[in-house]
Write a protein that binds this ligand. Structure first.
Ligand code: SAH
Length: 331
């Protein structure tokens, strides 16, 4: 198989189909060619730059019951916390001294009204020159609109799995709600970050192919693709973790399907030791924790997350160093 054949097949086909993508996913003989093609496309689009973002996990209260998530509403061993608006604004302004983009993430915590969130965003924007991304789950159009008008630039809301039955069984609510929320965000002018997990119990290569095509259909500008990691306290805590190698293949195909899309080496993939490989097969973004130390261990959505108390500036420099060893440059 020639080096570029798979890449070009996907890129050239007007309507890349599920079967072709599923075939690539199940054929390990193509991996070298696939990864090289994805790295070529990434390098063509972004050179050697890696965009580094700081993420602040500001509340682990959540109304949802997502079966995979260690802070879902049913997890009664979790010590719950939420940062005050002042704490969050200060933490974001500090993070913006190191990172150009600050991501504010939480469970679906209705304590923060849209007015509060809009005020928080506006205060951050007034004090810091940074892009603000929210990752706070589903809200109404009116709520998203307020937050957007306050100056929020981007929004991360993954579709998690494109299979309607699997989505419903994991979340207890329909996939359509999630896709509708993504469309609302896009219509409001947010840059949309989507994504999904690899290796969810019951997932097949055909479903993964549909996950990839969903990114294209929904027109995401960023996509977080990470392996499922079983959290022992959840109902699916004994399930097998997602495979890092399979995740890399999915990431590489995403790069070929969506050449300009921002693709992080996700935190979950990094937990599995996949960061270096991800950066060499299509990923162009890394997220680093900027959550105040006191809260880091409590945002326990899955095990193994790095919760070390390293100052942000040092953390960033260490990453710069690691990237430079790969010929890459932190932005
Ligand atoms: N409450 C927000 C933020 C979710 S946490 C929201 O619903 O959008 C961010 C991401 O972590 C999720 O979108 C999911 O893809 C991922 N995640 C959660 N639990 C996980 C697990 N057990 N393994 C791997 N990824 C997980």
């Amino acid at each position: 198989m020639a080096k570029y054949e798979f890449g070009q097949h996907i890129l050239d086909t007007q309507k890349p189909d599920v079967d072709a993508i599923a075939a690539i996913l199940s054929d390990d003989t193509v991996d070298g060619a696939l990864f090289a093609a994805a790295n070529d496309v990434k390098t063509r689009e972004y050179g050697n730059l890696v965009f580094v973002r700081g993420i602040i996990e500001f509340s682990n209260h959540c109304r949802c019951i997502c079966a995979y998530c260690g802070i879902n509403a049913h997890m009664d061993k979790v010590t719950r916390y939420r940062m005050s608006a002042d704490e969050l604004v200060d933490a974001a302004v500090d993070a913006a001294k190191v990172y150009r983009t600050v991501i504010l993430q939480s469970g679906e915590d209705m304590y923060y009204t849209a007015d509060m969130l809009a005020d928080i965003v506006a205060r951050i924007k007034a004090r810091a020159n940074c892009t603000v991304t929210l990752s706070i789950g589903e809200r109404t159009l009116a709520e998203y609109k307020l937050i957007r008008e306050a100056g929020a630039d981007r929004f991360l809301l993954k579709h998690e799995t494109a299979d309607a039955a699997l989505y419903q069984s994991l979340h207890g609510v329909p996939l359509e709600n999630r896709l509708q929320a993504q469309r609302t965000l896009k219509a409001l002018g947010f840059e949309l970050g989507g994504g999904f997990m690899v290796g969810l119990p019951g997932q097949t290569d055909e479903i993964l192919a549909r996950d990839l095509l969903t990114l294209k259909e929904e027109g995401v500008e960023m996509a977080g693709i990470g392996p499922f990691i079983a959290h022992p306290d959840t109902n699916i805590g004994k399930a097998k973790d997602g495979d890092a190698h399979k995740t890399l293949k999915v990431l590489a195909i995403a790069r070929l399907l969506l050449p300009r899309c921002h693709l992080p080496s996700t935190t979950a993939l990094n937990v599995k030791g996949g960061m270096r490989d991800a950066l060499l097969c299509g990923a162009n973004v890394i997220m680093q924790k900027a959550t105040p130390f006191a809260f880091r261990k409590l945002y326990d959505i899955y095990p193994g997350r790095d919760a070390q108390d390293v100052p942000l500036g040092v953390q960033f420099e260490e990453l710069e160093q690691r990237l430079s060893e790969l010929g890459l440059k932190a932005e």
